[in-house]
Design a protein around this ligand. Structure first.
Ligand code: ATP
Length: 909
């Protein structure tokens, strides 16, 4: 941590809000800080945001910036740290990532105004915004390809509701929820921040959830979740008398949605961003996938938290940020309703079948800026000229895309899929707005409107006049230089400009006296090497330049505000257009993926089918391809009728986990409306997907591997229905053999008899295969291998039947376990296989030779198995032994080399 430089005095960290004796500025700071004690207060002072007291200490440590001090409070030094305004976003990003909340306090008036009230008066300041992880709008603080949701959870008389919105795009949703389903809902949303009322948070049932999300939970007073207030807030926001038009919301959903709006008002200080009316997601509309299943299937990120290596990274071919966000959102929430899935598939099919059209569309999309985020920034008063340009270019792209899709050059006789027509009509017509923005905006644009110069010449004549006045005056100033040189005969005289003096005449120091003699030149400043003057004419021209400049700036800002208004009048249709573009991006990119990867359109209906022919694991297949290894082996999976539940045995490393996961991933891909990596696929829509494939300790929650496994298994047994797909890999391996086997046994029976779900169950407990005789819908399958010259070759093929052994020792050998250990393991295995399990196991230690004896045996075998050397080979070795390179001349060395080569040739024949 940074130390207070050169300070032996006591410093104070936590501010003492006692204002006695404080300077007026500190009084102002303390008044503000007292209101925002849970935030770091960025206190604007000129070109810096300053932090004081423990805010400064925390920020200095988090940002690795200097910690200094400024004045005293109550007799103690005040720690201070600061970040420049022009680069503050980088610092903000780091603070937000580290979990801080920041209150941004701005100067609300020109310092000159404050001075008018008296020399000691303080510039008015106020907090204009609270920056929290769930309320970010700046591109620099956001990932362009991911949504950043702010979520709220409400409980009203035992009924729960979840609401979530992305302030940077205006998306807003609600859904009813149950306590057991809450974890899955949050895992799906992966929000940046979660609001929960303190009353709900204190309930013991919430402790686990709190544990999982404590870093992003922002507790709120229960009053902020009041449903009656929530309803009023929503009605006011959307200016409606009743909310029925948006769908029938349950009270808990309203309460959650209202808490979100309240929080936005609180953090944005009343500046409401554009928010789409809340869309209600019905319970069960999305495939339920709990957090453990998401982790194990690595849908949007790998188990180590990276995007690379996830399913999303392999299937994402989108060209726009909005498309990428939509694809990630769809992948997190596959649909359950067959008709909706098929509508999406129709569009993917269309793009899959029309290569040229798809290529042209994707080329156009590449040019399309992020309309959603630009619109959101403009709506919240945080946009700049470049956001207007993004809208201009994005809407122009939409126009071009509409033309392209409305009049496909080829296949003009094809009927367009219904969802394509929907997208086209959602794109609307924004020609007038594009035209306006084209005329209004200059070619190169500053980030902030206050930097000026962004209105195109010719758009607004009065602005052109002011600019002309200013530039003509500048020209006249330049002319003055020539006149004064002639008048004074000082050729080195220059007219210059700086921010302190404005325009001035500068001559070298030795010419200063000469200038002083002329009344016209008014002395301003004497420097070491130069003397500076002004004249009445120069001051007048300068006045004209700055007046015209100020007027032009004010006019530009007015014009900017007008343009923003013209955009915001159309905010909703623009947002719909942006969503349509994102939809086209996703569908065309899935069409591209299907073409590229040889995927097929799945048949999705309401049956209980699960029939995948020649399915492949998209991520493992891509990895094998990248590594240049042998191609992926496709496998069938039919979970129907008497084969609803598969029991899969087979050696380690034979591909069981890959097979299990690939079928889950194919189901997920199919239900987001993507083509799937298979020869054919028929899936009766799945309501819940469970995958328990390996588990790690959850030490944070004090759970062992086995405990985690059992908690997850319990969730499956309690929740899986006959429409669910359950994937279980090696249940029960974390405990003693007999305990594990018994649990696995009972779980299989329960899945078969009670849950009646479709499922894949991989195990090394070969004893379980006996269950197939008892359970009608259980069938045994195994990973095929070939044994060849004592080697095991994995074929990665799934076939009927069961394996009689696991070849674990073989895999251990491949992994490099020492030979002695392998040998010993083989001895133990043989003894066990002779039927000495159970009570006989205890006798193992007596019956088996000692470990040391086994080691000695290995050494002996190695020696005896070493191949005998031929006479020629011996001659070669002894010739090498006889050589001493230090004693050789270069000539001797060369001769020796030839000799060795000749001996080696003899040895080889
Ligand atoms: N169908 C396949 N085609 C080609 N290679 C495959 C296939 N399935 C698996 N593999 C390769 O085999 C490796 C091991 O697969 P996997 O982890 O699925 O085996 P496993 O049977 O589950 O092993 P264990 O029982 O030890 O967990 C994979 O990393 C992959 O490289």
């Amino acid at each position: 941590m940074n130390k207070m430089p050169g300070s032996s005095n006591k410093t104070m960290t936590a501010p003492d809000f006692n204002r006695d004796g404080a300077t007026p500025m500190m009084v102002q700071f303390l008044e503000l800080k007292e209101q925002y004690q849970d935030c770091l207060l960025f206190y604007r002072m000129g070109d810096f945001y300053e932090l004081f007291f423990d805010d400064a200490v925390k920020a200095a440590e988090a940002l690795d910036i200097a910690l200094t001090k400024r004045g005293k409070h109550q007799g103690n030094d005040i720690p201070m740290a600061g970040v420049p305004v022009h680069s503050h976003e980088t610092y903000l990003q780091r603070l937000i990532r580290k979990g801080f909340r920041v209150a941004v306090c701005e100067q609300m008036e020109d310092p000159a105004e404050a001075k008018k009230r008296g020399a000691k008066s303080v510039v008015k300041r106020d907090v204009v915004r609270l920056i929290t992880p769930g309320t970010l709008t700046e591109d620099s603080l956001l990932d362009a390809r991911r949504h950043n949701y702010l979520a709220a959870i409400a409980d009203v008389r035992g009924k729960m509701g979840v609401a979530w919105l992305d302030i940077s795009t205006g998306d807003f949703y609600v859904q009813p929820c149950t306590l057991p389903g809450l974890g899955a809902a949050l895992a799906r949303l992966d929000p940046g921040e979660v609001l929960i009322s303190d009353r709900l948070l204190n309930r013991s049932e919430m402790f686990d959830l709190y544990n999982d999300y404590k870093n992003i939970i922002t507790p709120q007073p229960a009053a902020r979740f009041d449903p009656a207030n929530a309803e009023l807030r929503l009605k006011k926001l959307y200016d409606v008398a009743a909310l029925d038009a948006f769908g029938g919301f349950e009270t808990a959903e309203l309460s959650a949605a209202g808490a979100l709006i309240d929080y936005i008002e609180l953090t944005q200080k009343g500046q409401m961003p554009r928010l789409s009316p809340p869309t209600r997601m019905a319970q069960g509309a999305a495939m339920e996938i709990d957090a453990a299943t998401r982790r194990s299937l690595e849908l949007t990120q790998t188990q180590t938290g990276e995007r690379k290596g996830s399913l999303l990274s392999v299937i994402d071919r989108t060209r726009t940020g909005a498309g990428a966000r939509l694809l990630a959102a769809r992948l997190s929430a596959p649909l359950t309703e067959a008709d909706s899935i098929n509508r999406r598939l129709d569009l993917v099919s269309y793009f899959h079948d029309h290569d040229d059209l798809r290529t042209d569309l994707r080329a156009s999309l590449s040019e399309c800026p992020d309309i959603e985020r630009a619109l959101s920034r403009l709506s919240i008063g945080r946009g700049g000229p470049r956001d207007l340009a993004s809208l201009r270019d994005g809407l122009a792209c939409a126009f071009a895309i509409r033309n392209l899709l409305d009049h496909p050059a080829s296949n003009s006789l094809d009927t367009l899929p219904a969802s394509l027509n929907d997208h086209l009509s959602e794109m609307g017509h924004h020609g007038d707005l594009v035209d306006l923005l084209r005329r209004a905006l200059a070619e190169s644009l500053p980030l902030m409107a206050r930097d000026g110069g962004f209105i195109a010449t010719g758009y607004h004549p009065p602005l052109d006049e002011l600019r002309m006045l200013s530039s003509e005056s500048k020209k006249l100033i330049a002319n003055l230089q020539a006149r004064y040189i002639e008048q004074t005969a000082i050729s080195s005289l220059k007219v210059k400009h700086n921010n302190v003096l404005g325009y001035f005449i500068e001559v070298p120091a030795k010419q200063g006296d000469k200038m002083m003699e002329v009344d016209e030149f008014i002395h301003r400043q004497t420097m070491a090497n130069a003397v500076r003057f002004t004249t009445v004419a120069l001051s007048e021209l300068e006045g004209r330049v700055s007046k015209a400049g100020d007027q032009a700036m004010a006019l530009e800002l007015d014009l900017f505000a007008d343009l923003v208004t013209s955009v915001l009048v159309h905010a909703d249709p623009i947002a719909r257009c942006a969503q349509a573009l994102a939809g086209l991006d996703v569908s065309s990119s899935l069409g591209e993926l299907a073409r590229d990867q040889g995927c097929v359109r799945p048949i999705i209906d309401n049956s209980l089918s699960f029939d995948i022919r020649a399915g492949r694991h998209p991520v493992v297949e891509a990895a094998l391809k990248n590594a240049g290894e042998s191609p992926f082996v496709a496998n069938d999976c039919r979970l129907e009728d008497e084969q609803k539940l598969w029991l899969i045995t087979g050696p380690n490393m034979a591909g069981k986990s890959t097979f299990l996961r690939q079928n889950a991933l194919i189901a997920v891909m199919a239900q987001i409306g993507a083509f799937v990596p298979a020869q054919s696929a028929h899936i009766g829509a799945i309501d819940r997907l469970f995958s328990r494939v390996g588990a790690a300790d959850d030490l944070a929650r004090g759970r062992s591997t086995f405990m985690v496994e059992m908690v997850e298994t319990a969730a499956i047994i309690n929740q899986a229905t006959d429409r669910s797909l359950v994937i279980l890999d090696e249940i029960g391996r974390g405990t003693s053999t007999f305990d594990g086997l018994s649990i696995a046994w009972a779980v299989v029976e329960n899945l078969h008899e009670v849950n009646k779900c479709r499922g894949l169950f991989a195990t090394h407990y070969h004893e379980l295969t006996a269950l197939a005789a008892k359970l009608d819908h259980l069938s045994c399958h195994t990973m095929l291998i070939k044994e060849w010259q004592e080697e095991v070759v994995f074929l990665h093929e799934v076939g009927p039947g069961s394996a009689d052994r696991s070849y674990g020792i073989h895999v251990a050998q491949l992994a490099g376990l020492p030979k002695a250990v392998i040998k010993r393991a083989e001895q133990v295995l043989k003894t066990l296989e002779k039927g000495q399990q159970g009570s006989g196991v205890a006798k193992l230690a007596d019956d088996l030779p000692l470990f040391a004896a086994a080691m000695a045996q290995v050494e002996k075998e190695e020696k005896s198995s070493a191949p005998a050397l031929s006479d020629q080979q011996k001659a070669l070795l002894s010739a090498m032994d006889d050589m001493d390179p230090d004693d050789m001349s270069p000539r001797d060395a060369l001769d020796a080399l030839y000799r060795l080569r000749a001996l080696q040739k003899q040895a080889a024949t």
